[in-house]
Ligand binder design. Structure first.
Ligand code: F6P
Length: 550
């Protein structure tokens, strides 16, 4: 195969980078009054300003040529059509079918999957409506007040992020809890807050074999049975979301209480399936459908918009541009919306588990950098923590600002201040402050020449640091659906360009295997010699300190 670095468009971009690398963002804006109009896009209710990037129209053309050479459009269509886009697990990746709102069939292995998708959705509606309206009763006849989702990775991060993001629409009686960590403190501290008579446990696991989730689920069931409840009451308080019918039944959850999905739904793409149950319970099925609609609208945009007007494609191309041509391997997500406080963590799994790969789809080693490190916190908190490094550090960190314009909790001037901070940060990152500007400012404030001289290096800003800004009117279910789908497709397009498989995650397996064998060794509690000296030393020291060694 041709590696991306050998493509004509890649080589053209490398040469173009040499031409433009010393032109500053200030220069670009000074040279073109229409820059904001030229580098913006709208889709599915979202607005993207990508003008504060190190790009010219030629850069965009070259990037689009790269996308064309990498057959991004037909690869996207192939994903929608159910092609085997995950060859190492011989599967399609059809999260888009879960939010396919029309009557269009989606055929997998000769069969339309839509009737099954719709039938699970209607079962979910019946069940979640009952819990919400209080007619689903616990073992002592009381309505459910607390829901504990037990899952990890995609079976936790997506639902947790979305429940938090749509908190203003939450059901008044239902409190949602999420337990993911196998650290017993996570489960114990959660159980302290709930009552077995009125708690619903959701065991969410695609495979139903994840050690952390099963351990937590067993502990939750033991806790439940230590109350007045009997084995027969488990069915009123435990439901499972999984693709593994057999394992669910073996665990002791009624098949009637299982809501299934399919192996063609990747774990980190499963929020749209039954795994979204916490969100359905919290905001109701009608709003969940608006959420699906938002994602579907973004799907249609991603599938049909020309590459140069395609929002996820453009975001992906910018990441490739910085990651591969500017050596910027870190990407900051800065949502200026408190309700999106788990969005960066969610995007970390989506992007880093998908595109943290070192081999191409055919198994050959990659010859270019792949997925960047993704991180972030909501603004304005980040400003008072790590933005120092983003403004004045030595790393170039492209940033995505995400801003919901209308607050769902209007309070005095808070929202205007939030917005002002968001726009100020991207301006400051781009414009910086020259030594001359600083000098003028300090002179005006009456500073001495000596003070100006000694501080000018510290207090000036190079600027020239790129960012995107995504605006949304209000963080509604529709907007959230569109926003998540935007990033899902962005990740897919990046993978298409790097020619890697974004749908497998073999990198997490080795640690799981080793944890299993070390767990057995801890259980046996004799001096361990089977590992390297560091690992042996740590295990033996732990056994000794816990007085477990004979
Ligand atoms: O450890 C990685 C992973 O396999 C993720 O991809 C997945 O989202 C998570 O574990 C949980 O898996 P499951 O839903 O099967 O419990």
């Amino acid at each position: 195969m041709t590696h991306p670095v050998d493509l004509d468009a890649w080589k053209a971009l490398a040469a173009h980078h040499d031409d433009v690398k010393s032109t500053t963002l200030r220069d670009l804006f000074a040279a073109d009054d229409a820059r904001f109009e030229k580098f913006q896009l709208s889709a599915a209710g979202l607005f993207l300003d990508y003008s504060k990037n190190h790009i010219t129209e030629k850069t965009r053309d070259n990037l689009v040529e790269l996308a064309e050479e990498c057959q991004v459009q037909s690869r996207l269509q192939g994903m929608f059509d159910g092609d085997i886009v995950n060859p190492t697990e011989a599967r399609p990746a059809l999260h888009t079918a879960l939010r396919n709102r029309g009557d269009k069939p989606v055929v997998v292995a000769g069969e339309d999957v839509m009737p099954d998708v719709k039938s699970v959705l209607s079962r979910l509606r019946v069940f979640t409506d009952k819990v919400r309206d209080g007619s689903w009763l616990g073992f002592t006849g009381k309505p459910i007040t607390d829901v504990v989702n037990i899952g990890i990775g995609g079976s936790d991060l997506g639902p947790l992020m979305a429940v938090e993001a749509l908190a203003p629409f939450a059901h008044a009686r239902l409190t949602m809890h999420f337990v993911s960590n196998v650290d017993g403190s996570h489960m114990v501290s959660t159980l302290k807050k709930v009552n077995p008579e009125t708690t619903l446990f959701i065991v969410a696991s695609k495979t139903f074999s994840t050690q952390e989730t099963l351990t937590n689920a067993h502990s939750a069931r033991n806790w439940f049975l230590e109350s007045e409840a009997s084995d027969a009451d488990v069915s009123k308080h435990f439901v499972a979301l999984s693709t593994n019918h057999e394992a669910v039944v073996e665990f002791g959850i009624d098949a009637d209480n299982m809501f299934g999905f399919w192996d063609w739904v990747g774990g980190r793409y499963s929020l749209w399936s039954a795994i979204g149950m916490p969100l359905m319970l919290s905001v109701g099925m009608d709003r969940f459908e608006q959420f699906l609609q938002g994602a579907h609208d973004m799907d249609e945009h991603a599938r049909t918009a020309p590459l140069s007007e395609n929002m996820p494609v453009m975001l992906a191309l910018l990441t490739v541009w910085y990651n591969n041509f500017w050596s910027a391997h870190s990407h900051l997500i800065a949502p200026y919306d408190q309700y999106l406080h788990r969005f960066p963590a969610y995007l970390q799994q989506l992007t880093m588990e998908s595109n943290g790969k070192s081999v191409h789809i055919d198994g050959s080693p990659v010859t270019c950098a792949t997925g960047p490190v993704v991180w972030g916190e909501p603004g304005t908190n980040g400003q008072h923590a790590y933005f120092q490094l983003v403004h004045q550090g030595t790393h170039l960190i492209p940033t995505d600002f995400i801003m919901a314009l209308e607050s769902l909790n209007p309070l005095g001037s808070h929202q205007d201040l939030l917005m002002a901070n968001c726009f100020a940060q991207s301006e400051a990152l781009m414009m910086g402050k020259t030594k001359e500007e600083l000098r003028a400012e300090m002179q005006e404030a009456g500073a001495s020449e000596e003070a100006i001289e000694s501080l000018s290096g510290h207090r000036s800003f190079s600027g020239n640091r790129p960012s995107n800004t995504v605006l949304v009117q209000q963080l509604t279910p529709h907007a959230l659906g569109a926003l998540i789908a935007l990033y899902e497709h962005k990740v897919f397009v990046e993978a298409a360009i790097w020619d890697i498989n974004p749908f497998d995650q073999w990198g997490v397996e080795l640690g799981k295997q080793l944890a299993k064998s070390i767990h057995q060794e801890i259980d046996v509690a004799t001096t361990v010699t089977s590992h390297d000296s560091s690992t042996n030393g740590l295990i033996n020291r732990a056994l000794k300190l816990k007085n477990l060694l004979a």
